[in-house]
Design a binder for this molecule. Structure first.
Ligand SMILES: [Zn+2]
Ligand SMILES: [Zn+2]
Length: 333
């Protein structure tokens, strides 16, 4: 089968013909139907997130179960889509048992497609416990990108930001995550303001129903300082994190999702004086993944996804790096 492999030190993926993997006792074999491409892939290829072993990339996958391991008791349905929970939690540790399985601290765990073999292949093997049934009517490409590009903003906005009806929320950065974050915040009936530097993204945000849309260059003049309950920084650079601190209200929360810089500054005077909370956010849980698919099935979130053949993966990673992909992209094996 075809698989796109990360090789340590190489800047492109290697397209290889490899054997179809066999599921272990507690695993299933998926015939991959779609795999989302993501900025994290670029961070791995550039060496910013270093990996010393080779693996098949692709952490946003979905497919059909075609084989189950000897110890798997669940029955999976033929012809039904199952999405992969990329954090690949163990299910046994204290984090997993308390429902915080995105933070699983098992020493044996590797993220699917980021350390362990992932979805840029015709088939993939995953622990049976780490797949989620996708409701009917959701396409493979939407199901695939939802595993990260919808799940991550959902976790950040709903769970950690505690955004609900009428919460005043500012979303900074309208890339793939921010654009889905906007839809999550609208679905929660929050009072949403969004900003980005790209006019094309601002236009897309308006089409998705955003009413308060600003170019980041002008928000210092346009928005009142300390006027948001929650600010979600999908960029994570010095400038956006300083803006987050400027616009969050006293006692409010900044949720940091983006990894744009390896460090960001905190203004100690306003941080302490105004009791601002800074909340880190990482991916999402198995349970949240099911909630995300319910929202998509109800048409409350409509992720924008383009598709391309898997063998063009390197081309589309370059396009992503050049900022030429609006919304998200999924590869079809
Ligand atoms: Zn991702
Ligand atoms: Zn665990």
């Amino acid at each position: 089968m075809l698989a796109a492999k990360y090789i340590p030190g190489e800047k492109k993926l290697s397209l290889k013909d490899v054997a179809i993997p066999e599921p272990g006792p507690k695993e299933v074999l998926l015939k991959v139907r779609a795999a989302g491409i993501c900025h994290s892939d670029l961070h791995i290829l550039s060496g910013e997130i270093p990996y010393t072993t080779s693996f098949t990339m692709g952490h946003e996958g979905c497919g059909e179960v075609v084989k189950t391991g000897s110890a798997v008791k669940e029955k999976f349905k033929d012809g039904v889509l199952y999405a992969v929970h990329g954090p690949n939690p163990c299910g046994e540790c204290s984090y997993c048992k308390s429902g915080h399985d995105n933070l699983c601290n098992s020493p044996d765990r590797a993220y699917i497609g980021i350390g362990a073999d992932g979805a840029y292949a015709e088939f993939m093997v995953v622990p049976a416990r780490n797949i989620v049934e996708v409701p009917p009517g959701i396409s493979p490409q939407v199901a695939a990108v939802a595993t990260d590009a919808v799940l991550t903003p959902y976790h950040a906005i709903k769970t950690l930001g505690e955004v609900t009806h009428n919460t005043k929320v500012l979303l900074i950065g309208l890339g793939g995550l921010g654009m889905n974050g906007l839809q999550v915040a609208l679905a929660l009936e929050a009072d949403v303001t969004v900003c980005d530097l790209r006019e094309s993204s601002l236009e897309s945000a308006k089409k998705l129903g955003a009413k308060k849309v600003f170019n980041s260059k002008f928000i210092e003049q346009e928005l009142k300082p300390q006027s948001f309950d929650v600010v979600v920084d999908f960029v994570g650079r010095d400038s956006t994190f300083l803006q987050s601190q400027k616009f969050v209200r006293a006692g409010g929360t900044i949720v940091l999702v983006g990894l744009g810089s390896s460090q960001v500054p905190i203004v100690t005077a306003s941080f302490a004086t105004y009791q601002v909370k800074v909340q880190g956010s990482f991916w999402g849980t198995h349970k949240e993944m099911q909630e995300v698919y319910d929202l998509i099935a109800d048409k409350k979130i409509k992720p924008q996804v383009q598709t391309a053949p898997l063998k063009e993966v390197n081309h589309w990673l370059e396009e992503l790096e050049a900022g030429k992909i609006p919304g998200r992209m999924a590869l079809i094996p």
